[in-house]
Ligand binder design. Structure first.
Ligand code: RM4
Ligand code: MN
Ligand code: MN
Length: 396
């Protein structure tokens, strides 16, 4: 690699921060049951502690996303405790994720529910999340709505659009300057006929309607098979609506696998759109890079380290694209050369440059190995296995 390329990679890695999800350290599973891991985190304290390990190994993960009902069951009253953990583990609270999908009341939806009292309940919860985010000095409020219906004719789709517009506007009005509302979409699951915010277009329109501090969140696992995700990202960049990512990979549905494990070229193409935009506009878009994964078989901390390293490697590779040359080839419609200019960068090995960057920044050269040598996993396995033995594995 040329010196200029190495320099670009180092500069980008210094700025490339990735947020970890608190729920990614806890026991999770599928709708058929949970597989309990003896070292899984069972408390918010343990989640902060595990996140700090990933940050120590990678130097790239200074924030932890919280799901309010799972991490702060008493809402605003838990702010003091979270603040103490943040200081103790030197990890800041990141995006605040409302839980508007699991209470019995949300059986027929939250913000889209035909019952005005349930809609009010959902809005109240998200408004509390706005207040929590402000109190913790975090920035983004990141709701994911499970709303939808299972059978044709059972819900009024248009009426529910109106409910969403109304609710999101009310929530947006409560945002403080600098706070952002990130609207996530998902085509199906848990709803199997219609989902109220099923794709990026719906999320985009609702965000626009809500107000200027609302943006779209792209969860890489929330697309149909073969959908061109980098094109969606390009559109969102063009309209300055790209708010953030939830990183994961998928083979079939919302599989929540480690990033790039199935299709690294897809992730590369997404990062390429972003870095091409940076080159063209000479401005860095304000995007929250977050992980949203559920490691039910892999060790959770190791899986998280794999994802962070993969993100760094694929992001770095897109910096090896000769943007000026590629732009020229695109204008000339030199198809094979343009494609090769992109593909050539994908096939380069950036790992030696990243290792060198880590060394220079005082980080372990091999994060996974450093974590394995630390003894942390053995320690938490001893400390937590008793508690985890008692955990319920059944979803029923
Ligand atoms: C959803 C979605 C959300 C996450 C929930 C738990 O599928 O990806 O981001 O908060 O799962
Ligand atoms: Mn997500
Ligand atoms: Mn998901």
């Amino acid at each position: 690699m040329k010196d200029k390329a190495v320099e670009a990679v180092w500069k980008a890695l210094d700025q490339f921060k990735i947020e970890l999800p608190s729920w990614g350290f806890a026991n999770t599973g599928t709708r058929f049951g949970k597989f309990i891991q003896p070292a899984a985190a069972t408390t918010i304290e343990e989640k902060f502690s595990d996140a700090a390990q990933v940050h120590a190994a990678t130097g790239a993960c200074p924030t932890l996303a919280l799901h309010v009902q799972w991490d702060m069951p008493n809402g605003l009253q838990n702010v003091g405790e979270v603040e103490k953990l943040a200081t103790r583990f030197a990890i800041r609270p990141g995006s605040i994720n409302p839980n508007i999908f699991q209470n019995q009341e949300y059986k027929y939806g939250s913000l889209g529910n035909p019952d005005p009292d349930i809609r009010k309940m959902a809005i109240r919860h998200i408004l509390e999340c706005v207040a929590i985010s402000a109190a913790l000095r975090s920035r983004d409020i990141s709701p994911w709505f499970a709303d939808g219906s299972n059978y044709p004719g059972t819900q009024n789709i248009r009426e529910r659009i109106g409910y969403f517009e109304e609710g999101l506007k009310e929530i947006h009005a409560a945002l403080e300057p600098g706070q952002r509302l990130l609207i996530e979409y998902k085509p199906f699951e848990p709803a199997f006929y219609h989902t109220d915010i099923a794709d990026w277009g719906m999320a985009f329109l609702l965000a626009k309607e809500a107000g200027r501090q609302a943006f779209v969140l792209v969860d890489t696992g929330h697309h149909y098979q073969a959908q061109n995700i980098e094109q969606i990202v390009a559109w969102l960049l063009h309209h300055k609506m790209m708010g953030g990512f939830h990183f994961n990979d998928r083979r079939y549905a919302d599989d929540d696998l480690t990033l790039g494990s199935i299709d690294p070229y897809q992730v590369f193409r997404i990062f390429h759109e972003i870095n091409m935009f940076v080159w063209e506009t000479q401005s860095v878009p304000d995007i929250a890079y977050m992980v949203d994964q559920s490691h039910n078989l892999k060790g959770k901390i190791e899986a998280m380290i794999q994802t962070v390293c993969t993100a760094q490697e694929l992001f770095a590779r897109t910096l090896l694209v000769d943007h000026e040359r590629l732009a020229k080839l695109q204008r000339e419609c030199s198809l094979v050369d343009a494609e090769e200019a992109l593909r050539g960068a994908f096939w380069q090995d950036v790992r030696p440059a990243i290792r060198e960057w880590r060394k220079q920044r005082g980080l372990p050269e091999n994060p996974l190995q450093a974590f394995r040598m630390s003894g942390y996993l053995e320690q938490i396995t001893r400390e937590r296995s008793e508690k985890n033995r008692g955990a319920s594995a059944s979803y029923a």
